[in-house]
Design a protein around this ligand. Structure first.
Ligand SMILES: [Mg+2]
Length: 361
């Protein structure tokens, strides 16, 4: 029970199509930072995190220069102890932020390794609830012309999705309302349709938008405001007929604790690759459960299907078209609205290192 090797790599991966939302502008690439941890018997665990735009080289440096020396020779099965050691080693410059991305990539690799050593799928090792998880297509489509948005939606229906999310937060609220109305027309009254504003609005604008969209019955309104505005979230949740989702920009357990305990969120959405890893994601899920809330996910769906399959309060799995699946041996598929966590050992993700090599950053 000794870590014999840690390898960290960084790749810059082109997106299949240019994506857009209300705060990140046009996105053409994403950065993937991988961690491979090998035990004394040669069993390997894989972890990864990602960024869009900036920070990737710094995260790689935190892993390679700061975390790897801490882990070399350690007992890989003591994940909580290793997590605490990593957290405190970077506390002064961390407490979340980029440090949480770096810790997450390592933590995911440790959990993958532990499950592979036990020859169990991760979702069973973490508790085991139901391999079948409801999934939605997470559109990143704010600047798509309406016809392209509707075509993307028809395509998602044909792919097996039975829930869909679209971006809102255009310059004029009436354009958002018209686009959501067109989607509602296409999808029918009872189809789960989420909307995501990517923090575009002030608190008053968010209240106005929530009321303007109320008749169109969004399944949830995601990230209406910046994550720091906890009081604003609590106010909005009182005034909005639609539930509120947030959490992809939280990078620590305490940020989730503050928002959930303030009553500001209906659907917490931790991202395992940016919140500190499986260790923290599971604590957020349990925290949500204790408040009688579901938990959803953000990004990296091939990992999150394992985590949502492990817990009793799973809501929808977000499925993004980021293109990482083209580098995987058996990418996740969706059928009749559900994704199924694979029963392979670990999280079940295997990357094509030969093809990734050409994209090394
Ligand atoms: Mg979002």
């Amino acid at each position: 029970m000794t870590i014999s090797k840690i390898a960290c790599d960084h790749y810059r991966i082109p997106l299949p199509v240019t994506l857009s939302d209300a705060t990140h502008g046009d996105m053409t690439h994403f950065d993937l930072i991988t961690v491979r941890i090998t035990d004394a018997d040669g069993v390997e665990g894989l972890g990864y995190t990602y960024t869009v735009g900036s920070g990737a080289r710094a995260i790689r440096s935190l892993i390679a220069d700061n975390l790897s020396p801490l882990l070399q020779g350690a007992d890989e099965t003591l994940i909580e102890a290793l997590w605490e050691r990593m957290w405190w080693s970077m506390h002064f410059v961390g407490r979340g932020g980029m440090a949480a991305f770096a810790i997450a990539a390592v933590d995911i690799a440790l959990w993958d390794l532990k499950a592979r050593q036990a020859n169990m799928p991760l979702w069973r090792m973490l508790g085991g609830y139901d391999a079948k998880v409801r999934a939605y297509a997470g559109g990143i489509d704010l600047q798509f012309p309406l016809e392209k948005l509707l075509d993307q939606t028809r395509d998602n229906l044909a792919k097996g999705f039975r829930a869909i999310k679209m971006k809102v937060g255009r310059d004029v609220l009436s354009e958002d309302v018209a686009r959501v109305a067109a989607m509602r027309d296409l999808l029918g009254d009872d189809f789960p349709l989420m909307v995501d504003a990517n923090m575009r609005w002030t608190n008053d604008q968010a209240v106005e938008a929530a009321l303007a969209l109320a008749d169109l019955r969004p399944y949830w309104i995601e990230e209406p405001m910046v994550p720091e505005d906890i009081a604003g979230f609590a106010r909005l949740r009182q005034l909005s007929p639609a539930p509120i989702a947030t959490g992809e920009n939280f990078h620590s357990l305490s940020e989730f604790q503050a928002m959930i305990s303030a009553g500001g969120v209906s659907f917490p959405e931790p991202d395992v690759a940016t919140c500190g890893g499986v260790t923290v994601w599971m604590k957020v899920a349990k925290l949500a459960e204790s408040y009688n809330l579901p938990v959803t996910s953000h990004g990296v769906h091939d990992l999150h299907v394992q985590l949502l399959a492990a817990v009793p309060n799973a809501s929808y799995l977000e499925v993004h078209g980021f293109g990482l699946e083209t580098f995987m041996a058996d990418p996740l598929t969706v059928s009749e609205g559900f994704a199924t966590a694979p029963d392979r050992p670990g999280h079940g993700v295997s990357l094509d290192w030969d093809r990734l090599a050409a994209l090394r950053a």
